[in-house]
Write a protein that binds this ligand. Structure first.
Ligand code: E4P
Length: 218
């Protein structure tokens, strides 16, 4: 079953999505924290964990392996549900290698734009590989092709790393990611809202209610 994560640090959006009963987790990043208007990563992450009771990703801001490892140690100690997001760089790879040897070493490798990057983070021991589909499409590339190729590579060699389709822009991305075999899709709340809406459903429901009123309304 593909899991659905919300890509936001906005607690109200997460609260609403949890009420729908289909939310499996949340991903955040420094930009999403900025949009949510909070610099308190720990407090906000724990609020989200409390709502979701599932995987919640929080990102490091250090760029050297030592700094990332130090931040990861703190972030991972906050809750058993927290995953630490580490960028896919050479320094990031060193950090992933080290963190993934810890008993609580849950790593979401982020900012992945090619199958070779995905292969390397999987090899280093990341739990999730986040492929940024929309940003590649924005640059005129085929982001979903990277998801498809990575799926084949992970399956060919039995990698345990979960393929996470990120940077989702619209509902067609969700359908394509599901067809491509993504393990997890993380999406903005606006896209989730669009997934449930259809004008045909609205018109159909209106007609059913009007007809029922005719026969039962007295
Ligand atoms: C993934 O975890 C990222 O937070 C995210 O999907 C970034 O996407 P963007 O291109 O919408 O910023």
């Amino acid at each position: 079953m593909a899991r659905l994560f919300l890509d936001t640090a906005n607690v109200e959006e997460i609260r609403e999505a949890t009420r729908w009963g289909i939310l499996d987790g949340v991903t955040t990043n420094p930009t999403l924290m900025m949009r949510a208007g909070t610099a308190d990563l720990k407090a906000n992450t724990l609020k989200i964990v409390d709502l979701v009771q599932g995987p919640v990703s929080a990102e490091v801001v250090a760029t050297d392996a030592g700094g990332m490892i130090e931040e990861a140690r703190k972030i991972l100690s906050w809750s058993e549900h927290v995953f630490v997001k580490i960028p896919c760089t050479a320094e990031g790879l060193k950090a992933i290698r080290e963190i993934s040897t810890w008993p609580n070493g849950r790593v979401n490798a982020t900012l992945i734009f090619s199958p070779t990057q995905a292969y390397l983070v999987a090899k280093a021991g990341a739990s999730y590989a986040s492929i940024f589909v929309g940003r590649m499409d924005d640059a005129g590339l085929d982001g979903m092709e990277v998801v498809r190729q990575t799926r084949d590579i992970f399956d060919n060699y039995g990698f345990h790393c979960q393929l996470l389709a990120a940077s989702i822009r619209h509902t067609a991305h969700v359908v394509d990611a599901l067809l491509a075999g993504a393990d997890i899709i993380t999406l903005p709340f606006g896209v989730l809202q669009k997934m449930i809406r259809s004008p045909f459903t609205d018109v159909g429901l209106e007609r059913f209610l009007a007809d029922w009123e005719k026969v039962a309304g007295g």
